[in-house]
Design a protein around this ligand. Structure first.
Ligand SMILES: [Zn+2]
Length: 250
């Protein structure tokens, strides 16, 4: 009887976060400004709320759609196309104000660790889910390819946000192909110029092709300009006031 891997996605989200959290404690890159417990509580709340919202709003998961289409596209091909489309989507979030309004919530974290990978506004979650559904509909990947990609997406999301100091040689080696904590951290710079690059999700090759990798690595101040640090762990500010502030600036 085949294993129903879909049922393990939720537990994997929690277990992988704890595993990366332990890694961060052993090899931390920087000291946090805010309470870890309060940040993690907010980020878990956003993740749980977004899951309910997105599933309720769409009533259809990418896995369910793939199963109904009985597609055959394999994991490797679907992964490559999907990673490129996500690169384009992420570029668009920093190019078009109406998308940045929602993506700014992710960037507003003044600290960065694996839990930042859960910090998304439900509207951005809806956008991402829509992109995924569109790709499944167009490309018709196999169910296994979609499920495999979702596991990879969770793991890579934690990895690129991890507050870890990788050995310099390992970081340099990985950067040739993959996005790493060292590549993604500059993207979270409080300076807008720093955010305009390193859009990759899993692979770094798209940023190389389009010339959006910075010339040097640096360890910037993180967050969104003008956002008070204490407000970034207030749910009402994160879900309402911040997107409204960014909307008014369009
Ligand atoms: Zn971004």
């Amino acid at each position: 009887m085949p294993v129903d891997w879909q049922q393990y996605l939720g537990p994997f989200t929690v277990v992988a976060l704890i595993a990366v959290g332990v890694w961060e404690m052993r090899q931390p890159l920087s000291v946090f400004q805010l309470s870890l417990a309060r940040r993690w509580a907010l980020h878990f709340g956003l993740w749980a709320g977004m899951g309910l919202f997105v599933n309720f709003a769409l009533r259809l998961s990418a896995i369910g759609l793939a199963a109904s289409l009985s597609g055959q596209m394999g994991f490797a091909a679907f992964f490559l196309v999907h990673d490129f489309v996500l690169w384009c989507s992420h570029w668009g979030m920093h190019r078009f104000g109406v998308l940045w309004v929602w993506h700014s919530i992710h960037h507003s974290d003044p600290d960065m660790d694996a839990s930042t990978g859960l910090r998304f506004h439900p509207i951005e979650g809806l956008w991402d889910q829509g992109v995924m559904l569109g790709m499944v509909w167009l490309l018709q990947p196999s169910v296994d390819a979609v499920i495999g990609l979702q596991f990879l997406g969770i793991a890579s999301n934690y990895f690129i946000h991890a507050n870890v100091a990788l050995p310099v040689r390992v970081e340099a080696l990985l950067q040739w192909v993959l996005m790493t904590p060292g590549l993604h951290r500059p993207h979270h710079s409080v300076e807008v110029a720093g955010q305009k690059g390193n859009y990759g999700i899993v692979l770094s090759i798209w940023d190389r092709v389009f010339g959006t990798l910075p010339r040097r690595s640096f360890d910037p101040a993180l967050g969104v300009e003008g956002v008070p640090v204490e407000e970034t762990i207030q749910p009402l500010y994160v879900l309402g006031k911040l997107p409204w502030r960014e909307w008014k600036r369009l």
